[in-house]
Design a protein around this ligand. Structure first.
Ligand SMILES: Nc1ncnc2c1ncn2[C@@H]1O[C@H](COP(=O)(O)OP(=O)(O)O)[C@@H](O)[C@H]1O
Ligand SMILES: [Mg+2]
Length: 353
């Protein structure tokens, strides 16, 4: 099996061991070869002077055009607040998956999506972003010192201003999903975790609006869990961003339920693994973080470049996640992406600009 070959290659150079991909669909060898040859054609950055002023996010290039934003999702993979490298088709997967979720949640909340003129591009309504990232967690997990599990396991029962019952085990579902907001860090500032009460008392979001945000976030999360469950995945936690439009309406912006903004576990293996005291199988980019951590990387220095095999495996996971969640077969866009995007955008602008 091609995927096994890839896995073995990595184990050869990595005695720390990589989490095995037990439930990964066996992609046909041709497809894995295609991913491998796409490594040299990933989309690192765009520079379209016909589009207006550009800002560079960690993953997306954002062009401002009056009351619209052209969001081009690149193949950059970020972790530890750094760019580790590029993953073939990651930009396309993220962009198309977010578009899928906007469609699937449009009955719950308005969203920013206006058009998808290219597999990597979303034209969005530009909104005033709320200064808080809305993290929703359905499970008690995590290893870092700010994770719910770390604090719970040390005996805390009031965490981020919320009470938790006794008797929870690591990776258990919470009695109900909880919201743990963070402030939006600046370009190089890190996010700060705050309580819901802080959001209002610090004047970040007015009380009524914050109530609305929480209601909407929990409803969108419930929809996400339902659709993920049908796909054989567990939506563990996620992060939403909201904006306000010129009608003062709440709008879901940015990206929704992508493997960059969310954690997914494989539902099938979750129960037996938990019973055996094992960690769930991750189906998001967590395995890249684990690989870097296993190599001793702590996020405090220049990261080593993303190894090719890891990039191919990441691509397989991103693509598989897209296919499971949407029920659609992933159709890789033509490469190289940059001239294709330019062509599609110019055509779209001629018709709609
Ligand atoms: N509709 C929108 N209106 C205004 N800002 C938006 C909208 N959608 C997304 N954004 C912002 O665009 C950026 C997307 O690029 P990204 O690479 O995710 O950046 P970041 O490094 O800040 O996460 C984010 O800063 C996000 O807040
Ligand atoms: Mg982002």
């Amino acid at each position: 099996m091609e995927t096994n070959t890839v896995r073995r290659e990595y184990h050869a150079g990595n005695s720390a061991g990589l989490p095995p991909v037990e439930s990964l669909r066996k992609f046909p060898p041709e497809f894995t070869h295609a991913l491998r040859s796409a490594l040299s054609q990933t989309l690192d950055e765009t520079d379209f002077d016909f589009l207006g002023p550009k800002t560079r996010g960690k993953v997306r290039d954002i062009y401002a055009r009056g009351d619209q934003l052209v969001l081009i999702t690149t193949d950059r993979l970020s972790a530890f607040d750094r760019i580790l490298g590029q993953v073939p088709y990651k930009g396309q997967v993220l962009n198309q998956l977010a578009a899928f979720w906007f469609e699937q949640t449009a009955d719950i909340v308005a969203n920013h999506l206006l058009a998808v003129p290219d597999p990597n591009v979303t034209v969005a309504r530009r909104c005033r972003p709320l200064p808080v990232e809305v993290v929703v967690r359905g499970y008690i997990s995590g290893v870092t010192k700010t994770a719910l599990w770390y604090r719970y396991s040390r005996g805390e029962r009031t965490i981020y201003g919320m009470d938790f019952p006794d008797g929870l085990e690591k990776n258990d579902p919470l009695p109900q999903p909880v919201i743990t907001p963070t402030t939006k860090g600046g370009p190089d500032g890190h996010d700060e975790r705050i309580t819901g009460a802080d959001v209002v008392s610090r004047g970040l979001i007015p009380s009524e609006r914050w109530d609305e945000v929480q209601d909407v976030a929990l409803s969108v999360f419930a929809r996400g869990q339902e659709i993920a469950r049908r796909a054989g995945l567990i939506l563990v936690d996620t992060k939403y961003e909201f904006g306000i439009d010129d009608q003062e309406q709440l709008v879901l912006i940015d990206e929704v339920h992508t493997p960059d903004s969310s954690r997914f576990w494989i539902a099938d293996s979750y129960v037996e693994r938990k019973a055996a005291g094992r960690e769930p199988e991750n189906f998001d980019k967590e395995f890249v973080r684990l690989y870097y951590a296993a190599q001793g990387y702590r996020g405090d220095s220049e990261p080593f470049p993303l190894p090719d095999d890891l990039a191919v495996q990441a691509a397989q996971r991103y693509i598989r996640t897209y296919e499971l969640l949407t029920g659609r077969v992933f159709e890789p866009g033509a490469l190289p992406a940059s001239p294709r995007i330019e062509h599609n955008l110019r055509a779209w602008l001629a018709a709609n600009g």
